[in-house]
Structure formats: C-alpha cells, structure tokens
Design a protein around this ligand. Structure first.
Ligand code: GRG
Length: 299
C-alpha cells in the first residue's frame, strides 16, 4: 500500500467513525432541543464533510501508540470545525449559500437560527470533549492539556482571531507574511490541534507532541494554500460550495500572490517540510499520506 492509499483508507475509517458519533450527538440534541433550533443543530451536524481533522486526530493517536477508540475526541474536533463553517457562511461573514453540496444552515433555516446553532455547538463540543477524555481514561493533567490546546486553537490566538483578521483584510492589499499569519490562525491552528490532541490522548512523549505540532502547523498552512488553489480552479459542483469567492470578496490569497502554479508549489513545499518535524521513527505512512492528500485533494 502506498502512503496515499493508506491515508485514503484512514480518511474513510475516520469518516465512518465521525459520522456515527455525530449522528448520535445530533439525535440527542434534536430530542433535547425542541423545535427549529434542534432541527437546525441536527442539519448542521448531518452534512458530509471530508473529516480531515478527525483523520488527523486518529493518525496522531495511532502514531503515539494509541490502541483505543478516540471517536468522541474526533467528533469534538469536528464539531468545532462545523460551528466555524456555519458562522463563516453567515451573511455577516462570507455570505455563502452552499456548503458541502447543500444549502448553508442560515439558508435552510435563517441567520438568527444559524448564529444560535454555532454558539450552541461550541458548548456541545466541550461537552463531547469532556466525555471523550473521561472515556479514554486519561489522567486529569492530560485531560486539561487536551482541552487547553483545542480551545486555545479555536479562540483569539487561533481560529476566531484568524477569521477576524481575514474579515478586516477584505478589499485591502496584504503582504505575504500577513496572509501567512491569517491562514496559520484561521485554518492552521485547529489542524495543528487535531494532530496534537490525538497524540496527547495516547500519552505521546514531549518530543512527539512537539513534532506533531510542527507537522500540523505546516500541513494546516498547506491545507489553506490548497484551499485557495481550489477556490480559483475548481467548480462549485466539485467543491460543494461556491467557487471563486476569494475574487468576489476581493481577498488576498496565495493564488493572488504566487499564481496557481506558485501556490501549488508552496503547498507541496509545506507538506514536505511537515514530515521533517516528526521525530525519527514517527513519520508514519499515514501521516505522510495525509500530508500528500491535503495538497492534492480535489475538493
Ligand atoms: C467571531 C470573527 C469570528 C469568527 C468565528 C467563523 C469562524 C469563527 C472561523 C472561520 C474559520 C474557517 C471557516 C476557516 C476556513 C477553514 C477551511 C479551509 C474550511 C474548509 O474545510 P474543509 O475543506 O471542509 O475540511 P469540509 O466541508 O470537508 O469539512
């Protein structure tokens, strides 16, 4: 099996595990939250994503020797990602009407409902995270560190801060370093945290945690560079969301700085560099394959 084939198999496994866990969470939320909000929560959780972040949790977990079931941890990370997509698509942010091949949550319901869904999902993610680390039987210190890493990556130093800067930058010209700082926080931080919490859940030693963080940082950036390329080159049908948004929102992107070929080369460079962070013997085939997949994906 090649590295890429191994990554594709891992992604399929992660998709299966995550979809099952999210369906359980969605069914519970729909029971507990009557009416439209419950339905909208289940709608948002029911969309079919690639589940790249759960696959990275699983790969980090297994690289550190984990042999249990990190399914709830994978789901917690995906719930944070799902909330960010629901809010990202809102009229006050990127104002998009399609996501994962379906109407966005605010189009299927309404913007106020979608805003509430996003806020509620943050609390749901923390609840699922807490259950995940308890079920894995982790010590309090490991549970605390996993929560700290995931929530810090989601907050002002990570995803929210990156999105904020990204919105402020619309219509303004940036230098490449500004763009890298935005991408690293908006998209890279959660991807980095996915790798790290996977490792921590399996008791990874500090050198591996550091290596997974470096690997995650580089593939996280590569992921957003590849996203810029797809936005400029793929069709809406292929992406399941509106293509060409970066140009219509006048965003600076890696494609606007480097052109399509230059951006592709940059993503490739970052993916190669990512593997160099891992300590000798831990650069597993699945991690190598995922880095390759992230750069060459078609959606
Ligand atoms: C309050 C300012 C403020 C922000 C709230 C909305 C938000 C937080 C953050 C936005 C983060 C975001 C949407 C980043 C883009 C990341 C990205 C490239 C998403 C696409 O991920 P894929 O390709 O999607 O993994 P699927 O659908 O496969 O899961």
């Amino acid at each position: 099996m090649t590295d890429l084939e191994r990554a594709v198999a891992l992604l399929a496994e992660a998709r299966d595990i995550t979809d099952r866990r999210l369906a359980e969470v969605a069914a519970r939320l729909e029971r507990e939250t009557p009416g439209r909000i419950g339905q909208a929560l289940a709608y948002a959780l029911g969309t079919a994503g690639k589940r790249v972040r759960p696959a990275l949790v699983l790969a980090g977990y297994r690289a550190a020797g984990g042999a249990g079931d990190p399914g709830l941890l994978m789901a917690a990370v995906e719930i944070i990602h799902t909330y960010s997509l629901v809010h990202d698509d809102l009229p006050c942010m990127d104002d998009d009407d399609q996501r994962r091949g379906r109407p966005t949550t605010h189009v299927a319901f309404d913007p106020a409902t979608a805003a509430r869904v996003g806020y509620l999902l943050v609390a749901v993610a923390v609840e699922v995270l807490s259950e995940a680390t308890a079920k894995l039987g982790l010590e309090p210190e490991a549970r605390r560190e996993i929560a700290r890493r995931l929530l810090a990556a989601s907050g002002i130093q990570g995803m929210v801060g990156g999105q904020w800067l990204d919105l402020e930058a619309e219509g303004r010209s940036l230098v490449e370093d500004d763009l890298t700082a935005i991408h690293a926080r908006k998209t890279g931080a959660l991807i980095e945290a996915a790798c790290v919490v996977g490792g921590l859940a399996a008791g990874a030693q500090p050198d591996l945690v550091l290596g997974l963080a470096g690997y995650g940082r580089d593939i996280g950036l590569a992921f957003q560079v590849a996203d810029d390329v797809l936005d400029a080159t793929a069709s809406s049908a292929q992406l399941g969301k509106t293509a060409g948004r970066d140009v219509s929102l006048q965003k600076s992107t890696y494609v606007s700085f480097l052109g399509v070929a230059g951006a592709r080369a940059e993503a490739e460079h970052l993916a190669g560099r990512a593997m160099g962070h891992l300590p000798a013997g831990f650069g597993t085939s699945a991690l190598a394959g995922l880095a390759h997949y992230i750069v060459h994906r078609q959606s």
